[in-house]
Write a protein that binds this ligand. Structure first.
Ligand SMILES: NC(=O)c1ccc[n+]([C@@H]2O[C@H](COP(=O)([O-])OP(=O)(O)OC[C@H]3O[C@@H](n4cnc5c(N)ncnc54)[C@H](OP(=O)(O)O)[C@@H]3O)[C@@H](O)[C@H]2O)c1
Length: 257
């Protein structure tokens, strides 16, 4: 089956392409890098010709409130219109667990806008909401850093490896549309500050992580369960300590000093 992966050159997208090809599908990555731009519509109609399924794992180059909202509204509208014209039978999008529980975050508001457009379209769909990716821990720490201190709310946190996300998305894409939400998360639950501390320590990063219940996460304060899924979430297999060991980088002399 022909599956077009919008954002197929990105972190999750490239893994989804590999997984689908491994399973014998015609997986076509589509992004500005391959001449397909969902913001301008360039190359879109041609890429979607003959596609049974479209997976949207694109992301906004900017996380600034207005820019990210404009990205997801414009790209999703263009994409859904092109899918309707091409007769695509299943739209799969990757969203974030808890995006409806953090209205002060511009990024989460943009993901909710994306979900609404999908829900209101005529295309059968599946929305996969994932928790935070292991690969994202350093960016989270960088956003929360002031000097040598990283302030993180000590709320529940259940992150997932990109590999597990890609496998779950690929599985959903070749199944019947759920016309609803599937939640996915990692196999372990942490406190958010503990997770970031573990990650930075493993990378020999000297920053100090401080638990602070008022610390903001991309603009929003977090409730105890804001970022964790419901009980029926599908769980990945990769544990954080194994992922850290596999993707380990040697300590630099400066970091060891
Ligand atoms: N980070 C997390 O913890 C997390 C958690 C849950 C869900 N998510 C969701 O996961 C999704 C994928 O994230 P990711 O980290 O894999 O993203 P990523 O690595 O930043 O990749 C983004 C992809 O989007 C493409 N793209 C950018 N502008 C485009 C445009 N105008 N038209 C078509 N494609 C465009 C990029 O193409 P080029 O390479 O050609 O620029 C790239 O392939 C996002 O929707 C995000 O909301 C993230």
């Amino acid at each position: 089956m022909k599956v077009v992966i919008i954002g197929g050159t990105g972190l999750i997208g490239s893994k989804v392409v590999a997984r689908l090809r491994g399973d014998g599908h015609q997986a076509v990555p589509a992004s500005p890098d391959t001449g397909v731009n969902t913001l301008t519509g360039e190359g879109l109609a041609q890429a979607l010709t003959g596609a049974a399924v479209v997976i949207d794992v694109s992301n906004s180059p900017s996380f600034e409130d207005a820019a990210v909202l404009k990205f997801f509204e414009t790209s999703t509208s263009n994409l859904l219109a092109a899918e309707a014209a091409a007769g695509v039978g299943h739209h799969v999008a990757l969203s974030v667990v808890g995006s409806d529980r953090a209205p002060d975050s511009g990024y989460f508001r943009a993901k909710i806008a994306q979900e609404e457009l999908i829900r209101n379209s005529s295309i059968p769909y599946s929305i996969v909401r994932a928790t935070q990716f292991f690969e994202f821990f350093k960016r989270i720490a960088d956003e929360a850093t002031d000097g040598n201190t990283v302030r993180i709310a000590p709320v529940l946190f259940q992150p997932i490896a990109a590999e597990d996300v890609a496998n779950a998305v690929a599985r959903v894409a070749v199944s019947a549309p759920v016309n609803g939400i599937v939640e996915i998360a990692g196999p372990q639950q942490f406190r958010f500050d503990e997770f970031i501390r573990l990650g930075l320590r493993a990378r020999h990063d000297p920053r100090e992580v401080v638990g602070d219940s008022h610390a903001r996460y991309f603009g929003t304060e977090l409730g105890e369960r804001a970022l964790v899924p419901e009980a029926n979430a599908r769980l990945g297999e990769i544990r954080f300590e194994n992922w850290l060991a596999q993707s380990a980088v040697p300590a630099t002399p400066a970091a060891r000093a």
